[in-house]
Write a protein that binds this ligand. Structure first.
Ligand code: SF4
Length: 374
């Protein structure tokens, strides 16, 4: 489950904050107006087992914003079942890029229980971190059939999902194939753990198949993950949202976003003093990319300072009144999705390449020109 708290990472808040009403046993139930079905399954027993196996006496429990309403009851159940002391992390949680490793040290917890997201392959594998994904069993058949009807002219289709629905990809594939579509699911790489998985900052699985498909269907609550697909591939994208029980074409939202990005790139070009923001989250820091961007900007006569920031929020950036614009290295979606919250332009490194004339605007949706984000 990718469930970043950022305004740009809304998937949990859109889906779960609104819908979650009741927690029963190990199921988090959706009692929406029309349906009654399991919203998220969280493997509680695995949490209990891991704590016992590691003989942990103190644990830190971290949930993304959309699942925080479940934190109290989950913490209580862990204490009851294991006798371990539980600290519930109250800081925002953005994704698997944002493990509460420092708070874990501060409270001297032996184990961090990170709820909601898939682990990032190769990251913190030697730390005492237990990842407990939250999977949704909200039925997908109806919105999938809506997607099929929208794909009248496309016959070869890519399929993707965020981690909440990754176990439903097989069913989605079956529905598409029974409707006469040829289906491609891309292999994972980079930060992705599962075939077909997408993150808001990693679309390697869909980029791998983009040249072979006419459109892409993505299972995801909210628009966040879906919007990144046409941006990363240039392909028509249909989001199948099981929580809202709808399928939606992302072409128009993507067109509107591109218009705004163009305007912000133009504004950036008029700036002189630029802050390059390095994120301090557990997996966000990319100093070499930050230095490379700084170098490129300086070659084009911008004055540049490197900023390091734990929480990129408007108030923090507004305090730097002598800066004209920013480049966001930590999370590429802050500028693209949250720009309205900031008075000054915030570009991601790809957009800097466009601003500097090193990448054509027409190629904005055609992959990376700098080294990969992570
Ligand atoms: S870096 Fe990726 S995982 Fe982290 S907040 Fe941004 S989009 Fe989400």
């Amino acid at each position: 489950m990718h469930s970043c708290r950022r305004e740009s990472c809304r998937s949990h808040r859109d889906a779960s904050s609104i819908i979650i009403r009741k927690f029963i046993g190990n199921s988090y139930l959706n009692r929406g107006p029309c349906r009654k079905s399991t919203l998220y399954n969280i493997e509680e027993q695995r949490i209990f087992d891991e704590i016992s196996r590691r003989q942990a006496t103190r644990v830190l429990l971290q949930l993304p914003e959309g699942l925080k309403p479940l934190g109290f009851k989950l913490a209580r159940r862990i204490e009851e079942k294991t006798n371990a002391e539980v600290f519930l992390s109250g800081d925002p949680c953005y994704g698997a890029c944002d493990l509460a490793l420092s708070p874990k040290k501060f409270v001297d917890a032996e184990l961090l229980i990170h709820i909601g997201h898939a682990s990032i392959p190769g990251e913190f594998s030697d730390e005492n971190v237990v990842y407990v994904e939250a999977r949704s069993d909200v039925p997908i058949d109806n919105p999938m059939m809506q997607a099929v009807r929208m794909l009248e002219t496309e016959h070869v289709v890519g399929l993707a999902s965020n981690v909440q629905h990754i176990h439903q990809l097989e069913r989605a594939k079956q529905i598409l194939e029974e409707s006469g579509k040829q289906v491609h699911v891309g292999r994972p790489s980079g930060w992705l753990k599962y075939p077909g998985q997408v993150l808001g900052c990693d679309y390697a699985s869909v980029r791998a198949i983009a040249d072979s498909v006419e459109a892409i269907v993505v299972l995801s609550g909210g628009d966040f993950h879906a919007l990144g697909i046409p941006l990363a591939t240039g392909k028509r994208t249909i989001v199948v949202d099981p929580f809202q029980n709808i399928a939606k074409d992302m072409t128009e939202p993507c067109r509107r976003l591109l218009q705004k990005r163009w305007a912000n790139i133009a504004k950036f070009k008029e700036s002189k003093r630029v802050g390059v923001i390095v994120g301090l989250k557990s997996s966000q820091m990319n100093l070499s990319l930050a230095r490379r961007v700084k170098e490129l900007l300086e070659e084009s006569n911008y004055s540049v300072v490197l900023l390091c920031v734990s929480e990129v929020i408007p108030d923090t950036l507004e305090s730097f009144t002598d800066l004209d614009a920013y480049v966001e290295i930590s999370c590429p979606r802050i500028g693209t999705d949250d720009q309205e919250r900031y008075r000054k332009p915030i570009l991601n490194p790809e957009e800097v390449m466009v601003a500097l004339g090193k990448k054509r605007w027409e190629d904005y949706t055609k992959g990376m020109t700098l080294e990969e984000w992570h």
